[in-house]
Write a protein that binds this ligand. Structure first.
Ligand code: MG
Ligand code: ZN
Length: 376
């Protein structure tokens, strides 16, 4: 063997042995729990308001992996909340007003159904009625978001283990005069229509539902209090309570950030955003302690064309201009907008959420991070 050949042999052995070490490297850990927080109508300016108006540090600062999504629905540049949430829950683009159905109105498998196939517990929490477009897209399949009574039936037949929000009337004051609260109880639910309990009160129940308003929950400015962060904390405790089956998927929505945008009411937007930020804090606190939980925070679309600008005029030395020390929210529309929406992720698989991609990718990235099997 020549010197050249020997060198080649030594080099190639070294390279191959390095390679074999690489192959043996451990796979990154899978996410065992997923908390998906959706700020309805929450774009970058809504988020930015927490940095200027929240008295305590914003929880958005705790994320290191950040991406952007394009939110258009199948034929419209601007999505509504139904098509937007169905993109997250089922990984498809569909038409505005569609809940858990494709463009041809056929039912699509959602993430709650997929999680349930792996015996993983599931929950939905919102500050609207629990039948409103965003939460409904995670357990219902209807051709139009306004079919609240049909959506309520789908809650009964779903595998959901925990829910909290408004919407009692769609269960028990119905055109078909059925009492779906009784049917929920048959399915193992304990239903509380008075207030959020403490964990020790509900620990022994197999399923738990809170319905704390006939339709939507109040706004923060009208006295909702700490319902959303508290329901988040309680939901996470409830869904993870069984030591032999502690894993879960939960969707938590700050529903009314969107409504503040539609009303072009900056105080409404900012107070709801700050409340949502508190719920994010509860999710991150849980995930930090747990170590196996993936937290994703995003929005379905932006509402109001909201900007943090100043409209106050100042006059100095005879010249007039804007007063840059007096920040206020201004709006460009009473509807939604098409601006890209930020995505924040924490925990196992969080790095997958960096980049710029379609809203439907959130669904596939969750499946990739958890390895939940669609066909199990
Ligand atoms: Mg919503
Ligand atoms: Zn809206």
């Amino acid at each position: 063997m020549s010197y050249k050949h020997l060198l080649y042999l030594v080099l190639s052995t070294t390279i191959f042995s390095c390679k074999s070490i690489n192959i043996k490297e451990k796979e990154p850990p899978l996410a065992k729990n997923v908390i998906l927080l959706i700020g309805d109508g929450t774009g970058l300016s809504q988020i930015s308001s927490a940095f200027y108006f929240k008295k305590t540090p914003t929880n958005y600062k705790r994320f290191k992996h950040i991406g952007l999504i394009k939110t258009s629905s199948i034929r419209k540049d601007i999505t509504d909340s139904a098509a937007g949430a169905t993109s997250f829950s089922a990984g498809i683009k569909t038409y505005n007003k569609a809940i858990g159905v494709a463009d041809d109105s056929t039912h699509v498998q959602n993430i709650v159904e997929i999680a349930s196939l792996q015996k993983i517990k599931t929950g939905v929490i919102s500050t609207s009625s629990i039948q409103h477009a965003t939460p409904a897209s995670f357990y219902a399949h209807v051709i139009n978001r306004n079919l609240y009574e049909d959506i309520s039936k789908d809650m009964v037949s779903s595998e959901i283990d925990f829910f909290a929000g408004g919407g009692t009337d769609f269960f028990n004051k119905r055109k078909d005069s059925k009492n779906l609260l009784a049917e929920l109880k048959i399915k193992g639910f304990e239903i509380d229509t008075t207030s959020l309990g403490s964990f020790s009160d509900i620990k022994a129940n197999s399923k738990m539902g809170y319905l704390l308003a006939n339709n939507h929950m109040k706004s923060i400015n009208n006295g909702r209090g700490d319902f959303l962060p508290k329901a988040t904390e309680l939901g996470l405790q409830f869904l993870s309570k069984d030591t032999n089956n502690p894993n879960f998927f939960v969707m938590i929505e700050g529903s009314q950030i969107d409504w503040g945008g539609h009303a072009n009411d900056a105080k409404y937007v900012i107070s709801e955003l700050i409340d949502f930020d508190d719920a994010i804090g509860k999710a991150l606190d849980f995930a930090e302690k747990d170590g196996n939980t993936l937290v994703i925070v995003t929005g379905d679309h932006e509402t109001g064309g909201f900007t943090l600008s100043s409209n106050t005029e100042k006059k100095q030395k005879g010249k007039s201009g804007k007063e840059y020390s007096q920040l206020m929210g201004t709006f460009s529309t009473k509807g939604h907008s098409a601006t890209l929406i930020p995505v924040f992720a924490y925990g196992p698989g969080a790095e997958k959420f960096a980049g710029i991609y379609e809203n439907t990718e959130i669904f596939y990235k969750i499946l990739e991070a958890t390895k939940w099997d669609k066909s199990k």
